[in-house]
Design a protein around this ligand. Structure first.
Ligand SMILES: CC(C)(COP(=O)(O)OP(=O)(O)OC[C@H]1O[C@@H](n2cnc3c(N)ncnc32)[C@H](O)[C@@H]1OP(=O)(O)O)[C@@H](O)C(=O)NCCC(=O)NCCS
Length: 403
C-alpha cells in the first residue's frame, strides 16, 4: 500500500513532513521513539508494549493498512507516528459501513504541543478517505486527556462507546471447567464463521472479513461449551444451535507484541513476588498468586463471546476458565483479556480482576463528510445516522486485531 503525502506547506510546522513509513529506513528510529512514548498517567503504573522488532505489527493483519511517520528538520528526525486501517464493519442491523481505525499515535515528548499529532491524524484521515472510509474511530483510556482533546477538540471526533476491558491474570493453578456436565467442542473456522455471521449480524463493529480473523495463525481456535445432555442430539452441520451454549474464540497477541508493567511501588512489587513464593511453597492453598508482569508477558484475547439459553452464563464461565487454562499451559501468557459492551450480558459473567480491568475504554468516532453533505444542515442529514441514533444493539464485537 503506497501513499505519497506531499510535504506540508502550512505555517504550523513547515519543517515537519508526514510520509509513509519505510521499514528499511525508519524501523530503528520508530522503535526508539516508541520506547520513549509511554501511554498512561504520569507517576502511575503503566503498561509498556514491546512490538518485537516490527513496528507495523499492530496493523499488519488488516488487508488495508498504513503507518505514517512525521519527520522533522534537516536531520529528518522521526518525531511522530500513527497507524491506521480501513475495514467493513456492521453499524447494527446487518448494515455494513467502511470504517477506518486509527491507532498507535505517538509524538516524541520533546516535540509535543506543536500540532504534530493533529497533523498525523489529518494526513491519515486523507488516506482513509482515499480508501473509501465513511467513518473513523479510535480507542483510548478515558484518562488520556491529551489524546481525547486532540481527537475531540481538534479533529471533530465525538465520544461514542465505552466498552469494558476485563483482565484476568493467568496464575499457577488450573481453573475448574465442570467437565462432568459440560462439553467443550472446538469449532472449525468455516463453521465458526457461519455461526458468528448469524449471532453478531445486528451487533456493532462486526468485521466483514471475519473469515480472515478466524483463519489467521494468531487465532488459537473457536470453542463452544454445551451441556453434555444436548451433545448427542446436536449436529453442528445443521447450523441449528443447541438450546443452551456459549461460544468464544481465542487470539494470541503474544506473537505480535508483549506487555510489561512499569512504575509500581516497591511495596506492590514485593507483595506480588511474595504471593508467588508462598504459592510455590504451599500450592495446596491454591492462592491466586500474582504472575510476573514486571517481565515481558503475552496476552490471550477472548473475542466473539456469545451465550444463549438458561445455562448460558455457566457455560460462558466454563469457556473463560478453559481459555485461562490454555494460557496457563503457555509459559509466556500472563493474562487473558476480553473487551465487551457496557450492556452486553456477557460482561457480568467473564471472570476478571477489577483492579486490572478498565471499566470504560473510550471509543471516539467521526463521520467523514463529503462536499455535498457539508452543505446540508444537521436536520437534513441522513435519518439513520449511526452517530446520532441510539445504539441498536448492546453488543460490540471487538476485533482482536484492534486490541
Ligand atoms: C497524545 C499525543 C499524540 C499528542 O501529540 P501532540 O503533537 O502533542 O498533539 P498536538 O500538538 O497536535 O495537540 C493537539 C491538541 O491536543 C490537546 N493536547 C495535546 N497535549 C495535551 C496535553 N498534554 N494536555 C491536554 N491537552 C493536550 C490540545 O487540545 C492540543 O491543542 P492545543 O495545543 O491547541 O491546546 C502525545 O501527547 C503522545 O504521544 N502521548 C503519548 C502517547 C499517547 O497517549 N497516544 C495516544 C494514544 S490513543
Amino acid at each position: 500500500m503506497v501513499l505519497k503525502i506531499a510535504a506540508d506547506d502550512d505555517n504550523v510546522n513547515q519543517v515537519v513532513v508526514v510520509r509513509e513509513y519505510d521499514e528499511e529506513r525508519d524501523k530503528l528510529a520508530v522503535e526508539e521513539l516508541e520506547s520513549r512514548c509511554e501511554v498512561g498517567q504520569k507517576g502511575k503504573p503503566s503498561l509498556v508494549a514491546d512490538l518485537m522488532g516490527d513496528p507495523i505489527c499492530r496493523v499488519r493483519h488488516f488487508s488495508t493498512h498504513i503507518m505514517l511517520v512525521a519527520e522533522c528538520g534537516e536531520e529528518k528526525e522521526i518525531v511522530g507516528l500513527v497507524r491506521g486501517c480501513v475495514k467493513d464493519v456492521t453499524r447494527g442491523n446487518s448494515v455494513y459501513v467502511k470504517m477506518a481505525y486509527i491507532l498507535g499515535l505517538r509524538v516524541s515528548p520533546t516535540h509535543r504541543r506543536l500540532g504534530i499529532g493533529t497533523k498525523l491524524v489529518q494526513k491519515l484521515e486523507q488516506w482513509c478517505k482515499l480508501m473509501g472510509a465513511e467513518y473513523a474511530y479510535m480507542a483510548t483510556d478515558c484518562t488520556n486527556e491529551p489524546s481525547i482533546n486532540l481527537f475531540t477538540k481538534k479533529c471533530d471526533y465525538i465520544k461514542f462507546r465505552t466498552p469494558t476491558m476485563l483482565v484476568q491474570p493467568v496464575h499457577a493453578h488450573y481453573k475448574p471447567i465442570g467437565w462432568k456436565r459440560t462439553a467443550i467442542v472446538r469449532v472449525p473456522p468455516q463453521l465458526a464463521e457461519v455461526m458468528y455471521r448469524r449471532v453478531f449480524a445486528s451487533s456493532e463493529f462486526f468485521p466483514k472479513d471475519i473469515d480472515a480473523i478466524l483463519g489467521s495463525k494468531l487465532n488459537l481456535g473457536t470453542f463452544m461449551a454445551i451441556p453434555k445432555m444436548y451433545l448427542p442430539k446436536w449436529d453442528p452441520r445443521e447450523s441449528l444451535f443447541p438450546p443452551s451454549f456459549a461460544i468464544m474464540s481465542v487470539w494470541n497477541t503474544k506473537e505480535v507484541f508483549k506487555l510489561q508493567v512499569k512504575g509500581v511501588s516497591m511495596l506492590t512489587y514485593a507483595c506480588c513476588v511474595g504471593s508467588r513464593v508462598v504459592d510455590a511453597w504451599l500450592p495446596w492453598l491454591r492462592l491466586p498468586s500474582f504472575p510476573d508482569v514486571f517481565r515481558k508477558f503475552g496476552v490471550y484475547f477472548m473475542y466473539g463471546l456469545h451465550m444463549e439459553g438458561k445455562h448460558g452464563s455457566y457455560l460462558m464461565k466454563c469457556l473463560c476458565n478453559f481459555a485461562h487454562n490454555m494460557g496457563r499451559d503457555d509459559e509466556g501468557c500472563g493474562a487473558v483479556v476480553a473487551e465487551v459492551g457496557q450492556r452486553d450480558p456477557v460482561r457480568e459473567v467473564v471472570p476478571h480482576w477489577r483492579k486490572f480491568s478498565v471499566a470504560e475504554d473510550l471509543w471516539c468516532i467521526k463521520k467523514f463528510r463529503d462536499a455535498k453533505q457539508l452543505g446540508e444542515s444537521s436536520e437534513t442529514s441522513e435519518p439513520s445516522d449511526w452517530i446520532r441514533s441510539r445504539s441498536s444493539s448492546s453488543v460490540i464485537f471487538v476485533d482482536p486485531r484492534d486490541f
